[in-house]
Ligand binder design. Structure first.
Ligand code: ATP
Length: 733
């Protein structure tokens, strides 16, 4: 039996599981369940964190090395492990019991809209002290968030969960600047997403800023979105912050402090030490004055946890209900943006089924851009202009799914067909890829790699099942354990994530990525080819060019399809042409009315020989392309028709007389116009074939002339040679 001494005190704990009596569950994370427990030899109340080793992908050497480093930690604001040992397939980590749980639990229980500023300043100050200490000792925490800020009944605040912490000063294969991608998406700094660029302790400052927003609003920015979306938002959007107008209840110094943390350029973020000197923290009260009162009237932690679990379970059940019922019941939830994400799920599912890997990210990019607030640069962030709520509300009210079309000729013809009131219909937006691709090339690479990282979790190293023989901070064993998550405190996030994961199911099987991520260091070669739109407000942010490219807007959907390249490869004969009559009748119709119209002929119903050219493509892939092409052709037809109709007869007659006596375009009634246009088309075709015949004849004549010329040249050469030889003979004689 091994005895371990608590840092700074004389208390010792054994590694014999029989000395511990587990009581209630007081928390659960991605890979662990935390219990209130009694240490029987002394009757001390402690916490035991039980980690499922099956879910920990880190090898034991890493754990041990981390544990050794972490065992040196001794700070009043940093939770540390007393000891740890293996029990069956679990690793038990013994640590002090923080009777009020985490700030996240507290907010979920009683402060859904966040804490008041005095409590926030105290909580953040204590957390920052922990970071100063950790950074000073060469540690990056990498998982700073409200869920890891623990409170006890006396108002003591400790930063816990070193599951993903890293030691910067380690030797060997470790680097000063980390290159592993670990953390919780909402709290992750942009540079953490940069492949290969590495990050340092400033990543914790970003997470600290996000945590500040979390405590202020009751949730982290973007927390309702699936992880991949959060990653993209973090990269693309202006940093979130406190809004000067909307967050009136918070002081200027709080807003400034947050803005200082949430600067995308990590070099411009202050160190923890410097940040601690900010006026916001100077004013902070002692936690026992400002924090203790937060949980005065609340039931014991384990009751709260139980209630939260039940609530989560109920929400989960609600989400499994059929959508109609769900929509009726969860109106308030809809307003929070959860259902808004679900709203176009089928749409996304449809798209996910037909597009390769990269397209799914484009969906999100498009939605991201649409959701971005007017805050557009970091300078604005320094003024603490928040985009977080803006983006949320934008997305809540936004169902855009963007369908890009590369048919330039379609552009103007449909501009202005805007119906903003028609929720759920489709926007077809023309985009010049060149415009967006070039300036965003780097970002694309980053996003692609980030995406690949998300979708490919690290494999674990060899896993031994030996008893740990040294003091081990809970954190140490959590490293690399975040990939296969079934439970997380933020269940709603998980559910959202699951919903989106469902969408991505046909593209690849990915685990739920809510909560901390542990992702491979190396990006795969699967690069992202689609452009990223620059940040900006949703529809208002469309620049003039984009507006000019807009084919049609209906409702909040902005549906893009990158698939028209594929369409180009499909023979035109596979596309059923609508009658001109149909064209006239339908030219104002929403694309959305037909593009997913089940009555449209399926590829099988079309010319089977043509389709067989693409028989390696499944119908689900082919169908939308054909529909797109169908649409394209129809729109082009409409455009030609409109142009022809707009021509004056005199002009047409003049043109006709100049160019080959085509009959003038008849000004006809709506009824017979289509037939007359058809005649004209036929005549034009005849004219073209005539010209082609003439061209052929002329080409033949030219060829004949050329051969004549060659023959003549040969004869001239022969004569010249003969003359030369005769002259030579004469000279010789
Ligand atoms: N010492 C403790 N005393 C009381 N409650 C605790 C303690 N440690 C953790 N908890 C509770 O358990 C929850 C989960 O713990 P922890 O964050 O360590 O698990 P995890 O698997 O690392 O979670 P995640 O990785 O999702 O953050 C915490 O959010 C907190 O509410």
């Amino acid at each position: 039996m091994t005895l371990w001494r608590m840092g700074g005190t004389q208390k010792s704990y054994t590694t014999n599981p029989n000395d511990y009596k587990l009581l209630e569950e007081v928390g659960y994370g991605a890979s662990a369940t935390v219990y209130r427990a009694i240490y029987l030899p002394t009757n001390d109340v402690i916490a035991v964190k039980s980690l499922d080793l099956d879910r920990i992908n880190s090898n034991l050497d890493d754990i041990r090395r981390e544990a050794q480093t972490m065992s040196l930690i001794d700070h009043p604001n940093v939770i540390r492990a007393f000891c740890s040992f293996v029990v069956k397939q679990n690793l038990w980590v013994v640590m002090p019991f923080m009777a009020e749980g985490s700030c996240l639990h507290l907010m979920k229980t009683a402060y859904p809209d966040g804490f008041e500023e005095s409590a926030i300043s105290s909580i953040l100050k204590e957390t920052l002290k922990a970071l100063v200490y950790l950074h000073h000792h060469g540690h990056i925490h990498r998982d700073v968030k409200a869920g890891n800020i623990l409170l006890d009944t006396n108002g003591v605040i400790k930063l816990g969960d070193f599951g993903v912490s890293a030691c910067m000063f380690d030797r060997g294969d470790r680097q000063r600047s980390r290159n592993t991608f670990v953390g919780t998406p909402c709290w992750m700094a942009p540079e953490v997403l940069q492949p290969g660029s590495g990050y340092d302790f400033k990543a914790d400052i970003w997470s600290f800023g996000i945590t500040a927003l979390e405590l202020a609003h009751g949730h982290a920015p973007f927390s309702k979105y699936p992880p991949m979306k959060v990653l993209l938002m973090t990269i693309q959007n202006a940093p979130p912050g406190l809004d000067y107008d909307r967050d009136k209840r918070f002081s200027k110094s709080f807003k400034e402090m947050v803005a200082m943390c949430l600067v995308k350029d990590q070099t411009k973020r202050p160190t923890a030490e410097k940040l601690l000197k900010h006026s916001f923290f100077k004013q902070a009260k002692a936690p026992e004055l400002s924090v203790k009162k937060l949980f005065g009237d609340l039931p014991p932690l384990w009751h709260r946890v139980k209630a939260l679990q039940l609530k989560d379970a109920a929400q989960l059940a609600l989400k499994k209900m059929p959508s109609a019922e769900q929509e009726a019941i969860s109106h308030s939830e809809y307003q929070r943006g959860v259902s808004a994400w679900n709203f176009d799920l089928e749409e996304l599912k449809f798209r996910a089924s037909l597009v390769q890997d990269d397209d799914e990210i484009q969906d999100i990019r498009d939605l991201d851009v649409n959701s971005t607030s007017s805050a557009n640069n970091e300078a604005s962030n320094s003024k603490a202009a928040t985009i977080e709520k803006n983006s949320t509300s934008e997305i809540e009210s936004s169902d855009e799914v963007v369908v890009p079309s590369e048919s330039v000729s379609n552009k103007e013809s449909n501009v202005g067909e805007i119906d903003n009131n028609n929720k759920g219909s489709i926007v077809v937006e023309e985009k010049s890829r060149k415009e967006t691709e070039q300036p965003q090339a780097d970002k694309e690479a980053v996003v692609a790699q980030a995406k690949n990282r998300i979708l490919t979790t690290t494999g674990g190293g060899g896993r031994n099942r030996q008893t740990q023989s040294g003091p081990l901070v809970a954190a140490a064993v959590l490293n690399h354990s975040k990939s296969d998550r079934t439970r997380t405190l933020e269940r709603s996030e998980t559910e959202t994530s699951q919903a989106v994961d469902k969408v991505h199911h046909q593209v690849r099987r990915a685990p739920s990525f809510s909560g901390p991520l542990n992702l491979p260091n190396r990006a795969s070669g699967n690069s992202l080819s689609a452009p990223i739109k620059p940040s900006g407000g949703y529809r208002d942010s469309l620049d003039d060019k984009s507006k000019a490219n807009l084919v049609q807007i209906k409702g909040r959907f902005s549906v893009t399809s990158e698939d028209l390249d594929l369409v180009k490869d499909i023979p035109l004969c596979t596309v059923p042409r609508r009658s001109p009559q149909d064209t006239l009748l339908r030219k104002s119709a929403s694309v959305g009315e037909w593009i997913f119209d089940s009555k449209q002929p399926t590829p099988r119903e079309m010319n089977s020989s043509s389709v067989s050219v693409h028989n390696n493509l499944p119908a689900s892939v082919l169908m939308p392309h054909l529909q797109n092409l169908f649409q394209q052709t129809s729109l082009q037809q409409d455009l030609i028709l409109n142009l022809l109709n707009s021509l004056q007869p005199a002009e047409v007659a003049a043109e006709a007389s100049q160019n080959g006596k085509l009959p003038p375009l008849p000004r006809s009634s709506e009824n017979n116009g289509a037939v007359e246009i058809s005649d004209r088309e036929r005549l034009l075709l005849t004219k073209v074939s005539e010209l082609q015949s003439r061209l052929t004849v002329l080409t033949e004549e030219l060829t004949a002339e050329k051969s004549k010329y060659v023959q003549l040249q040969q004869r001239v050469d022969a004569i010249t040679n003969r003359e030369d030889s005769q002259k030579g003979e004469a000279d010789a004689s």
